[in-house]
Write a protein that binds this ligand. Structure first.
Ligand SMILES: [Zn+2]
Length: 397
């Protein structure tokens, strides 16, 4: 690791974080990736920030130089944001977890994969390391993770201090400064960082672009989104493009698979903005040459197929809401920049289901991610029929 700094312990909060179910605020768009409809859980048992640092350090130390852990930025509250990189291949896979700090299975799954790829001498691991450059950013929004909530910890006044041109502008629409989804933001407000992305990676915030809306781009006004954007640009500079970008989230606990009575284990998606090559996506036409919807669909088909494993809960995979227009999400912005993109939405907030279920859900994420890593490494994902994406059952909300 390049840099370590001590962070005051926030462990005393953990015991108190038991939320009661609460309806999503009316102004929260229904089709909002990672918006659970209720939350009733504890975070005890999940990897916290301090443990993440320890685990990453250990993974790097025991990897024989295979895993490179770096500090790539700091959160608004000064916590380091880490990337862990492995492999020498020219196909790039970037995966982040906990952009919403209360959506935690992705971090566990990434740590398991890093541990395996960093230490295994199997031909399976070697093949992935040879063909791919895998970059993981676990807990990309660590302040939200430590508060176990969706939004980061930052006030509009802090935004204006960083961007004086926004003096007098209306705070962005995704600013949380009241009670929302079981969390009271009135004393320590924050923002949904997953609406702060802009497909123009060089965009600088302008007052006339506020307060914005869910169907308009974000502004890169937060250190967490800036950190991922800068990493994305660095990878583009190094490799020409970021082939695949995956964002790991959670959704409501009791959605159903199509018309069945089965609970959805995980939803996936390839669609976050209207296709720039279509009439609906005309406003994104300048990105039309980059956009690779078929590759995103191939990735989703590979994930779906790998998770169809006999009669098990792993089978219960659906498509997340389609027809979205969310250019302020990391997925929407990076899809317009040419990455194959996949959304993972695991059911519930996990701990409410107990340890066994938590393990099963983490395993679901891991299995889905391996479908991508293996399929890109052996080339099979490029042979998938993208139209099979349309056969994946829809989520019944
Ligand atoms: Zn989310």
């Amino acid at each position: 690791m390049k840099k370590w700094k001590s962070i005051s312990c926030m462990c005393m909060l953990a015991g108190a974080l038991v939320f009661q179910p609460l309806a999503v605020s009316a102004d929260q768009p229904e089709n909002s990736p990672g918006t659970p409809d209720q939350q009733n859980y504890k975070i005890k048992g999940f990897v916290d920030y301090e443990e993440l640092e320890q685990r990453l350090e250990k993974i790097e130390q025991t990897s024989n130089g295979r895993v490179d852990v770096e500090v790539i930025g700091q959160s608004n509250q000064g916590r380091d944001i880490y990337s862990a990189r492995i492999g020498d291949g020219d196909k790039v896979v970037l995966i982040e977890s906990e952009i919403h700090g209360n959506e935690k299975t992705g971090t566990d799954a990434l740590l398991h994969i890093l541990q395996y790829l960093g230490s295994s001498n199997s031909t399976h691991a070697e093949k992935i390391r040879e063909e791919l450059t895998f970059v993981a950013v676990p807990k990309m929004n660590p302040d939200a993770s430590e508060l176990d909530r969706r939004g980061n910890e930052r006030s509009w006044e802090e935004v204006v201090a960083d961007f004086p041109q926004l003096e007098g502008a209306v705070p962005s629409w995704n600013y949380y400064n009241r009670s929302l989804q079981g969390d009271d933001y009135s004393d320590n407000p924050g923002f949904d960082v997953n609406r702060d992305f802009h497909p123009d990676l060089q965009y600088e915030p302008q007052p006339e672009d506020f307060p914005g809306s869910s169907s308009e781009p974000g502004w890169y006004i937060h250190p967490e989104s800036q950190t991922i954007r800068d990493l994305y640009i660095d990878l583009q500079d190094e490799f020409g493009s970021v082939d695949t970008f995956i964002d790991l989230h959670h959704q409501g606990p009791h959605y159903k698979v199509g018309e069945t009575n089965k609970d959805v284990t995980m939803s996936i998606s390839a669609q976050f903005v209207p296709n720039p090559n279509s009439e609906d996506g005309a406003k994104y036409s300048s990105y039309a040459d980059n956009y690779n919807y078929d590759f995103s669909r191939q990735l989703n088909v590979a994930i779906y197929n790998k998770l169809q494993q006999g009669n098990s809960p792993f089978n219960n995979i659906t498509l997340y809401s389609q027809g979205l227009d969310l250019p302020g999400t990391a997925l929407g912005s990076f899809a317009l920049n040419g990455s194959g993109t996949v959304l993972f939405e695991v059911r519930g907030q996990t701990h409410s289901f107990g340890q066994k279920k938590r393990g099963q859900l983490v395993k679901t994420v891991e299995t889905g991610l391996y479908a991508v890593l293996e399929g890109m490494a052996d080339g099979s994902v490029y042979e998938q029929d993208p139209e099979r994406y349309e056969d994946i059952p829809l989520t019944n909300r």
